[in-house]
Each structure stands twice: as structure tokens, then as C-alpha cells.
Design a protein around this ligand. Structure first.
Ligand SMILES: Cc1cc2nc3c(=O)[nH]c(=O)nc-3n(C[C@H](O)[C@H](O)[C@H](O)COP(=O)(O)OP(=O)(O)OC[C@H]3O[C@@H](n4cnc5c(N)ncnc54)[C@H](O)[C@@H]3O)c2cc1C
Length: 309
């Protein structure tokens, strides 16, 4: 089999686990997407660097995966190696008002942990179903807050620089709306957040209110990737899609949500091609009706010329 050499080399060199032909639908919140040649669960920065080296030798692409909550993987899958951070990248250390957390920490868990320590500023994370690493990459935000506000630094391993570990101050990351200047080959390993003392009961109440708002305004009971498109300056992608008449628009098992038009929900029968077709149709309708070219927030992987629509 064509992937045997690649898999053998990975199994020999990494301390984490290597799954050959792993279906990526199991690892994305959209629950679609074909297999990766291999999925590596890295347990050290060295493991992450090994993936890049082995991919280089086998001329295969690599992809970093958090919780797959902002990722649309093609039905054909990913032709190379997907690397995700394992248990070694969990953990939270609190010192005064500063918190250093592993990049694999799920944001809702991290938000709850720091709130119990009486530290405020990360409440918005309660409703973001990704990892801290993914949140740094995306400058994730909600309820009027963004990670940018609390991030002090991110420690990364550079896949294009033979696994060099670097610390990037938040100021150098130039974080703007759902964007950072983090180099494409940087994998976030851990990050420091600077928070502020706050009464835990108040933080718990605020997070509960955010959860309630989500249940009322977003299709939380159906699989999705959250907001599909970035909001254009001064407007909302949801409003533009809704007024272009796309609410309820369906291709196969993928539908523009009737609850929030910037969400695409998927049925069990959905394929990545269905989701992709709905994205293309929404984009075309908004361009025709409003003259606005929407850009995807969701990251596309394995599509020809992928990166975004
Ligand atoms: C129901 C729902 C609601 C959502 N609501 C919000 C919201 O309110 N606000 C918001 O901002 N987002 C929201 N999202 C989107 C998503 O949760 C965020 O973008 C999140 O930050 C993605 O994290 P992840 O770990 O799932 O990353 P993934 O989806 O796995 O990956 C996303 C990108 O980050 C990269 N990446 C992942 N981990 C790392 C790492 N350690 N180092 C470097 N790059 C990495 C990937 O390569 C990819 O390019 C929502 C998603 C869902 C499903």
C-alpha cells in the first residue's frame, strides 16, 4: 500500500499514536470529510516536528487539527498527515492573575476552570467548542470579546524551521477580527492569558447567560461549524444571507439554518460536497443581491486550491 512507508516512519519516530487512514468526519463538528493518510496524536513538540520532516521526505502535506470546530474537510479526505495535540498539551497553571494553559485545552473547559479560580476575561470561551490553540490561530471571539484582549504570548513550534520552538508576544501576532499574523507553519503548544480577579459566582452567572443566548439564537442542537462566513465590515453575514433569501436552502444533507443564516447545519446523510455547494450558493446569492463578496471563516481542507472561498 502506498502509505506504508509513511506510516512505518511515523510509528518509529513519534511517541504519540499514529492512526492510518483515519476518517476525519470523526474529528470535525460538521461530521463530514474523508480520511487522512495518517492522524498523529502528538505528545511532544518533537512529535510535531517529526510530522513535518516525514511529510517533507514523502512529499505529503500536513494539517493541524484542534477540535475540528472550524474545519470543512473534503470527501476525498486529506492526502497527507493530520497532527493533533494529545494529553501532554492539556493542563492549566494559575499564578496570580496569569494563566498558562496547554493548547489542547478545550475553550469551554478552560473558561470554566479560570472562572472557578475567580479569574475573569475568558467567559466568552464557554460557547466556543474549539481548543485554545485553534482559538489563538483564529483569534476566536464572542459576545463582544476576543482572545486578543487577554492573550499575553503563545509558544509555537515551527514546522518550516525544523521544529524550532518560539515564543510570540501577542503584540507581534497582529490579531484582528478572526485573524492572526501567526505564520502558517506555526503550531501553538501553549499560551499565557492575563485575566483579572472577579467573583466566581458572577462569572458563572455570566457564562450561563451566554449559554442561554446561544440556545435562543443559534442552532445548537444540529452539527455545524459555527459561523461559516466572516462578517464584512459594518454588516453581518447572517443578515446578508437571510435577505438574499437563502434561509432553508438545502443541498443534499446541508442546509442554511432557519435559526441563523450564517450557520449551515448538516444531517447524518450530508457530504462535504453538500456543505461546499451550500457555501458557494450563499456566496453567489449575496454577491448578486448585495454586491458583497463574503469570505469564509471556516477553514477548507482537501479541496482543490483550498484556503477559503
Ligand atoms: C457551534 C459552534 C459555535 C461557534 N462559535 C464561535 C464563536 O462564537 N466565536 C468564534 O470565534 N468561533 C466560533 N466557532 C468556531 C470555532 O469553534 C473556533 O474557530 C475555534 O477557535 C476553532 O478551534 P479548533 O480547535 O476547533 O480548531 P480547528 O477547527 O481544528 O482548526 C481551525 C484552524 O486552526 C488551526 N489550528 C488548530 N489548532 C491549532 C494549533 N494548536 N496551532 C496552530 N493552528 C491550529 C487549524 O489548522 C485550522 O486552520 C464555533 C463553532 C461551532 C461548531
Amino acid at each position: 500500500m502506498a502509505d506504508e512507508g509513511l506510516i512505518d516512519e511515523l510509528r518509529t519516530a513519534v511517541s504519540g499514536t499514529v492512526s492510518a487512514g483515519e476518517p476525519l468526519a470523526r474529528h470535525t463538528t460538521l461530521k463530514v470529510g474523508g480520511p487522512a493518510a495518517a492522524l498523529v496524536r502528538a505528545e511532544s513538540a518533537g512529535d510535531v516536528a517529526v510530522v513535518a520532516r516525514v511529510c517533507g521526505r514523502h512529499r505529503r502535506p500536513w494539517l493541524v487539527l484542534g477540535r475540528g470546530s472550524n474545519l470543512l474537510v473534503a470527501d476525498a479526505g486529506w492526502p497527507g498527515v493530520v497532527v493533533t495535540l494529545g494529553r501532554a498539551f492539556r493542563g492549566v497553571e494559575v499564578e496570580g492573575e496569569s494563566v498558562v494553559a496547554g493548547a489542547a485545552e478545550p475553550m469551554p473547559v478552560l473558561a470554566g476552570t479560570v472562572a472557578r479560580h475567580g479569574l475573569g476575561g475568558l467567559e466568552f470561551g464557554v460557547a466556543i467548542p474549539g481548543t485554545l490553540g485553534g482559538a489563538v490561530r483564529m483569534n476566536a471571539g464572542a459576545h463582544g470579546r476576543e482572545l486578543r484582549v487577554v492573550l499575553a504570548w503563545a509558544e509555537v513550534v515551527r514546522l518550516g524551521r525544523d521544529g524550532a520552538v518560539e515564543r510570540w508576544d501577542a503584540a507581534d501576532l497582529e490579531m484582528t477580527y478572526r485573524h492572526t499574523a501567526l505564520p502558517a507553519d506555526a503550531v501553538v503548544l501553549r499560551a499565557r492569558l492575563d485575566l483579572a480577579h472577579c467573583e466566581p459566582g458572577r462569572l458563572a452567572a455570566e457564562m450561563e447567560q451566554m449559554r442561554r443566548w446561544r440556545r435562543a439564537h443559534q442552532p445548537v442542537n444540529s452539527p455545524s461549524c459555527g459561523s461559516v462566513f466572516r462578517n464584512p465590515p459594518g454588516d453581518s453575514a447572517g443578515r446578508l444571507i437571510e435577505t438574499a433569501g437563502l434561509k432553508g436552502y438545502t443541498v443534499g444533507g446541508a442546509t442554511v439554518s432557519a435559526v441563523h443564516a450564517n450557520f449551515i447545519t448538516v444531517a447524518a446523510s450530508a457530504t462535504a460536497a453538500d456543505v461546499h455547494a451550500v457555501i458557494s450558493a450563499a456566496r453567489a446569492a449575496v454577491l448578486e443581491r448585495h454586491g458583497v463578496a463574503l469570505e469564509t471563516e471556516v477553514v477548507l481542507a482537501g479541496f482543490p486550491g483550498a484556503g477559503g472561498l
